[in-house]
Design a protein around this ligand. Structure first.
Ligand SMILES: [Zn+2]
Ligand SMILES: [Zn+2]
Length: 419
């Protein structure tokens, strides 16, 4: 009889991260957490979905994320909910709701987790993707901007990402941006016919996003548009100058990139990006900057913010694999009595921190030895009926083939010392 049952597949734009690959994820996550904690950052976890309104307010009604890419749905209570497309609005909400801004500032947070965007799936881009985010609230000094760039640089170094470059810019503030906007708009207007339809729309809605267009012809024209750096007010100019002097202090090499802007209105002053030529056309590993107006825009307290976000999938594509064998003990047991003794001993060994694998299927000695070999066991512990009677066990180190008879106490001592 043929079954007509259709296999249910993973949703387009999502993927399984299988155990072999997860190792690398865990290594990168642990590295990132370790480094962030060295600078005083603490982890924060917020829900994966929020009220749709939060992201509409957070990203601005005209951003592509809101207009095209949100995963929104109506729940059974008739509320419009959205799977978070970015992290910052959630963290801002959480700070306001929990009164975290009443704690001593600056507040330093990091976060690692999935985001969702209904984007066209393509190689290396997923609808569920993962991000590492760090955010600082309540520090105006450009030294903090330099500190997070240095921290991002440290993270890349610790993951052996050597082929990287740092780009920096300032996008000004609400005082100095209007004049720039006006000139940018006028300049884009004069070349309207040469721009793609998307860019034509951006002239009215959000001219800063003209620089994000992926079409080469548009990019070439954008090169000729006025640059924000010529419009900075004295405060923004001073901030940018100091920021760069702190990067110099850290010995960090960077390039000024006047076209590096952020389309979202709450971004202010510093922006930066770390890129790698190994990533191809979309070469950004990590991007960040300052958003002094965001919290206020959210109806929260007027505290400034700065931070960066790293796309995990991209970051991982740059991190070399590390073939580190698992360290574990494989139990070869002959008969029920020996298995019972093995189960009890495995429990004790796990509690000193060593992985144990015990078979519950009856197999021959030879079969078990060959499985231990195939699975890549570090040690094999052999328990036969006789050994159990005498309270001694055969411990074999697979790499050297060296084998010795040990008591329970000796075994626990060996494994306690090995961790
Ligand atoms: Zn300004
Ligand atoms: Zn365009």
């Amino acid at each position: 009889m043929s079954s007509k049952k259709k296999q249910i597949a993973a949703i387009k734009g999502t993927k399984d991260i299988l155990p072999q690959e997860v190792r690398k994820w865990q290594r990168v996550e642990a590295k990132a957490k370790g480094i962030f904690e060295l600078y005083g950052y603490r982890e924060i976890r917020t829900p994966i979905f929020e009220a749709t309104e939060l992201f509409e307010k957070g990203t601005g009604q005209t951003s592509d994320i809101v207009t095209k890419e949100m995963y929104s749905f109506v729940d059974k209570g008739g509320r419009s909910l959205t799977l978070r497309p970015e992290y910052t609005p959630s963290i801002a909400r959480s700070i306001i709701e929990n009164g975290l801004h009443l704690q001593p500032q600056p507040l330093r947070f990091y976060f690692i987790g999935p985001m969702f965007r209904y984007d066209k799936p393509q190689k290396g881009r997923y609808r569920q993707f993962h991000q590492i985010d760090i955010e600082v609230f309540g520090e105006k000094n450009p030294a903090i901007d330099a500190e997070i760039v240095e921290m991002a640089d440290f993270l890349c170094d610790s993951l052996n990402i050597t082929d990287k470059r740092i780009l920096v810019n300032s996008v000004g503030c609400r005082l100095c941006r209007p004049a720039y906007h006006r000139d940018l708009k006028a300049s884009a207007e004069s070349r309207r016919d040469e721009l793609c339809s998307d860019c034509q729309r951006k002239i009215e809605t959000n001219p800063l996003r003209l620089f994000d267009c992926k079409i080469e012809a548009c990019q070439e024209i954008a090169q000729e548009f006025p640059k924000i750096t010529g419009y900075l007010c004295p405060e923004c100019d001073e901030h940018f100058r100091k920021f760069r002097s702190y990067l110099d202090l850290y010995g960090i090499k960077y390039r000024l990139e006047p076209l590096l802007v952020r389309g979202l209105d709450y971004y202010t002053k510093t922006t930066f990006e770390i890129i790698s030529s190994k990533l191809g056309a979309q070469d950004s590993i990590l991007g960040g900057g300052r958003y002094d107006d965001m919290m206020k825009d959210f109806g929260g307290p007027d505290i400034c913010g700065t931070g960066f976000a790293v796309g995990m999938e991209r970051l991982l594509s740059l991190v070399p694999s590390e073939e580190k064998p698992d360290v574990f003990v494989y139990f070869v047991t002959m008969g029920e009595e020996a298995r019972r003794a093995g189960m009890e001993l495995a429990r004790a060994i796990r509690r000193v921190g060593v992985e144990c694998l015990i078979e519950y299927k009856d197999r021959s000695l030879r079969n078990q030895m060959s499985r231990a070999d195939k699975l890549g066991a570090t040690w094999v512990l052999i328990l036969g009926e006789d050994e159990v009677d005498q309270g001694v066990y055969q411990l074999k180190r697979m790499e050297s083939g060296e084998q010795k008879t040990c008591s329970r106490e000796e075994i626990l001592k060996i494994f306690s010392e090995s961790t």
